[in-house]
Design a protein around this ligand. Structure first.
Ligand code: ADP
Ligand code: MG
Ligand code: MG
Length: 878
């Protein structure tokens, strides 16, 4: 018989798949002897079966639930119906991968019209009892019966202002009783049924609702964003309640063992007295810094510090801990590895190594590749900031970044405007899980309520999105769509700039500058490099990009695209002269001019590379890309080339291709116009030799694109080598260079053995190889690829993540065969997939030498290669 429910005593941290992260960690903390209220967990398997079998709890699960409840009652000596010892529980969701704020939780379950009186009597605190009941009515209504939370909240807030109560906790017992009565009517009006009075009915319906919530929109969006599979399901934890809302000796809070924004090794947390559950996170009242707890309840603070330290040592990573204090008794309700900013992630990883808690390899695994990419985001320019008008300076720096954009006041508008291409900044008093899609669409998020652990802050940090919370010096009015700040007002569509690192908001757009990288970043990247086996090169051709790539740790250039160099006005006209000339002589004249330009380019590039390898790809795109398109342009080209308009048009028409991507491009250009590649090779080697005379031993690697047969390659190779040899004699100097090919047709893969004997290197061009293997045109795939993914025909977009089964197999075979006949051949990947984390995990298993990607993806790719190496495993070379 399958075991669907585990008591906390039966679980442990390693059982995350089954018990979810929250359940497994609650069990683990109990094992460690920490003060955790008792409970039990319904497994993720129960969830998946529930969802797959008509959304009904099976008899087996129900039976087990009754058994567990009975045992639980015995352990706690409490029950739902006991006047002496009343049992109240929380029902908490928790998947294997934490999804903060995404899933549902219900507190104080077990209360009803009768039990609330018992609770009031037992605790001698009617206010407290009815506060618990109104919370249950709200949470249960929203989660189980889909009653909009706003219906409860609006009434609650109106009630508060009607009687001028500042805080929730100021509402007296009668008030809360009245609110409960109102809430029960909301059930009748909205759900057409009363709030269920029977605790066991409440419990079953709550469990079912949590399972169901795995399927709701916001959970789906979050999973998509974080690539969390549907099939893992969520567990449900049933846990005895402890009460943070039972007076001023009680409270609830959240703390991180280290600062989640900066990474500083100091406890960082917030709490509220006389509050329950999500009050801190929801940003209803601005919470207190955990430092104040030292004064308010010194021994609880002391005890908490110890627990925090113990948990961090145990999990070997920064922890995000939820706790509740009931009458000065500390309870720990959750721990997990804390979400953090990219900077903090690096800082913490470096500190943990230096503190001797983890190894370098573990450190490499502790930082998400996504974080590295975020670190390269720009900051505001200091001078520009100085000159800018500040709107708010009271906000908290919840998640760093520098963003400018139009103000919007709702998630829907954010989404809509972003879809139209606008940069938007979402401004809300506070955010809630319903806002998730709007948050994704925005460049930054600003709230007036809530602290560093509020929903907005935590979710934004998880997304790596700029966020400022608690801007108490401005007012956000979402009804009138207005922001009031000390010196004026703003309307929807006005532009502001948000400094997430400082927590400041400015008027208008503020100029940005490149990110500066910390010493920790350098240290961490150094470790990644030590751990990694694959090299990372960059795809780049402009000096700025190349310099950036080298600063980011690239080991060379994996792809210089020469076609980009032909688009400057003067060069373009020579290129056009070349294409549109009838005689070889004219073509060579035009080429000689182009060659001068190319030499300058190559010299700059090779000089920047120094002794690091640089692959230069000879001209690849179809010629018509260089031709004039508009009539105006054609007239001007005709004049420049001294031909008649009709002659030019005629010639252009003759170059027209039905399917240019499969047409006259790549090495086929040089088969028809050999002088083209010869000129380029000559320019490369001349530049290299010139640099050699200056003492720079550069390493150009000349790459012939789109090869699909050996003789195609050998024909061009012979011409190029012949030219280079003559050059060497002329200049009385020998050049270091390699000659290889780009592997981007399936045929090239099939003949890898023979081709490899002729080549010094192979470089996989995964874009074309994917296009040609599937026969999908990359430019048209948008029309059908979504349908493929919706229908589960493809589970990835093969242009973004390597198709392991097909293209991956080609790459594997080709690599193995090439290395077996030519062990010194260098093999790399230079297509888009060279920078993709999941693709890199596969590439790392092959006998490849490097991956290459755009400069800004280099650090992320470097970390990917290191992580892949730690995870290990290499496919066997036959
Ligand atoms: P989330 O996954 O959104 O963090 P949780 O299940 O952790 O949701 O519940 C949210 C909050 O509810 C907790 O941080 C805690 O403050 C409160 N809570 C949950 N269970 C209990 C309990 N048994 N006693 C007291 N408070 C609880
Ligand atoms: Mg929650
Ligand atoms: Mg929680």
């Amino acid at each position: 018989m399958t075991k669907y429910i585990y008591a906390f005593d039966e679980g442990k941290k390693a059982m995350k798949d089954l018990l979810g992260g929250k359940g497994a960690n609650l069990a683990e903390m109990k094992r460690l002897g920490l003060p955790v209220p008792d409970g039990f967990t319904l497994t993720t398997q129960a969830c998946i079966e529930y969802l797959n079998h008509g959304s009904k709890l099976s008899e087996e699960v129900m039976e087990s639930l009754h058994e567990q409840l009975e045992a639980f009652s015995k352990r706690t000596k409490k029950s739902f119906s006991s006047e002496e010892a009343l049992l109240l529980v929380s029902v908490r969701s928790g998947a294997k991968i934490s999804m903060p704020g995404m899933m549902d939780t219900i507190l104080n379950l077990g209360l009803n019209d009768n039990n609330v009186k018992i609770l009031a009597e037992k605790t001698n605190d009617e206010r407290f009892a009815y506060d618990c009941y109104r919370r249950l009515l709200q949470m249960f209504g929203e989660v189980v019966y889909d009653i909009p939370m706003a219906l409860f909240d609006t009434y609650f807030n109106q009630y508060k202002s009607r009687y001028h109560y500042q805080n929730d906790a100021d509402i007296p017992a009668e008030g809360l009783r009245e609110i409960c009565e109102y809430y029960k009517n909301v059930y009748l009006e909205e759900a057409y049924k009363p709030f269920p009075q029977e605790p066991i009915v409440q419990l079953t319906e709550a469990i079912e609702a949590v399972f169901k919530s795995w399927d709701n929109d916001r959970a789906r969006v979050y999973r998509q964003l974080n690539e969390i599979p549907y099939g893992i399901g969520t567990a449900v934890n049933i846990q005895e309640m402890v009460f943070g809302n039972s007076g001023n000796q009680s409270g609830t809070g959240v703390a991180f063992t280290r600062n989640p924004v900066t990474g500083e090794a100091k406890l960082f947390g917030e709490y509220l007295l006389n509050a329950q559950g999500e009050d801190v996170v929801a940003g209803i009242r601005t919470p207190k810094n955990i430092e104040t707890l030292k004064v308010q309840m010194p021994h609880v603070h002391q005890q908490f510090l110890k627990v925090a330290q113990q948990l961090e040592m145990h999990y070997k990573d920064m922890q995000d801990i939820e706790f509740t204090i009931e009458n000065e008794q500390l309870y720990i309700l959750q721990t997990r590895n804390g979400k953090r900013t990219a900077n903090a992630a690096i800082h913490i990883a470096v500190d943990l190594v230096e503190e001797g808690i983890i190894s370098k390899k573990e450190a490499v695994m502790n930082v998400e590749v996504k974080s590295i990419d975020q670190l390269l985001h720009p900051n505001f320019d200091d001078n520009a900031l100085e000159a800018a008008t500040i709107i708010s300076k009271m906000g908290l720096p919840a998640s760093p970044g520098a963003a400018s954009g139009q103000i919007v006041f709702s998630a829907e508008t954010a989404k809509l405007k972003a879809e139209q291409g606008a940069h938007v900044i979402l401004m809300r008093p506070e955010t809630s899980p319903e806002d998730i899609e709007g948050m994704i669409a925005s460049k930054a998020i600003v709230t007036t309520h809530g602290g560093m652990t509020s929903h907005a802050a935590v979710v934004a940090r998880g997304m790596g999105k700029c966020c400022v919370t608690g801007c108490s010096d401005i007012e956000i009015n979402i009804i009138d769509k207005k922001v009031t700040y000390p010196n004026g007002t703003l309307n929807e569509g006005d532009i502001i700039s948000v400094d997430g690192a400082k927590g400041d908001i400015y008027l208008d757009e503020v100029k940005t500058t490149k990110a500066e990288r910390s010493k920790d970043f350098e240290t961490f990247m150094q470790w990644s490099e030590e751990v990694a086996r694959l090299d990372v090169r960059m795809n780049a051709e402009t000096p700025q990009d190349i310099q950036a790539g080298y600063q980011f740790g690239a080991k060379g250039i994996g792809l210089v695209r020469t076609e980009h160099m032909f688009f400057g006005a003067e060069r373009l006209i020579e290129m056009r002269r070349f294409i549109l000339s009838y005689t070889q002589e004219n073509r060579i004249n035009a080429l000689n001019k182009i060659k001068q330009y190319q030499k300058e380019d190559f010299e700059t590039i090779l000089k920047l590379s120094g002794e690091r390898p640089t692959i230069i790809r000879l001209l690849d795109p179809p010629l018509h890309e260089f031709l004039p398109k508009s009539t105006e342009e054609k007239h001007s080209v005709a004049r420049q080339l001294n031909v008649s308009f009709s002659e030019l048009e005629h010639y252009i028409a003759s170059l027209n291709e039905v399917n240019p991507m499969l047409g006259h491009r790549g090495c086929r250009l040089a088969i028809t116009y050999p002088e083209l590649y010869i000129m380029q090779a000559e320019a490369i080697v001349e530049s290299a030799l010139k640099l050699k005379q200056q003492g720079i031993d550069c390493q150009p690697e000349i790459m012939i694109p789109l090869v699909s047969s050996v003789s195609e390659f050998t024909t061009l190779k012979a011409q190029i080598i012949d030219k280079i040899e003559r050059l060497e004699i002329e200049m009385d100097e020998s050049a270091h260079y390699l000659l290889g090919t780009m592997i981007e047709t399936p045929r090239a893969c099939l003949i890898a053995e023979d081709l490899a004997k002729e080549c010094d290197f192979f470089s996989f061009g995964t874009n074309d190889l994917t296009q040609l293997t599937f026969g999908f045109s990359r430019d048209d795939a948008g029309k059908f690829i979504n349908a493929y993914s919706e229908q589960g025909i493809l589970d990835i977009d093969p242009f973004q993540t390597l198709d392991l089964e097909g293209v991956g197999q080609l790459i594997q075979r080709t690599t193995e065969q090439a290395k077996s006949v030519n062990p010194t051949i260098k093999i790399g990947v230079c297509g888009e997939l060279g920078g993709d984390h999941r693709s890199i995990q596969y590439f790392n298993q092959l006998e490849l030498d490097y991956v290459s990607c755009s400069p800004f993806r280099v650090p992320g790719a470097l970390l990917s290669t290191a992580q892949s190496e730690v995870k290990g495993g290499r496919l066997r070379v036959q």
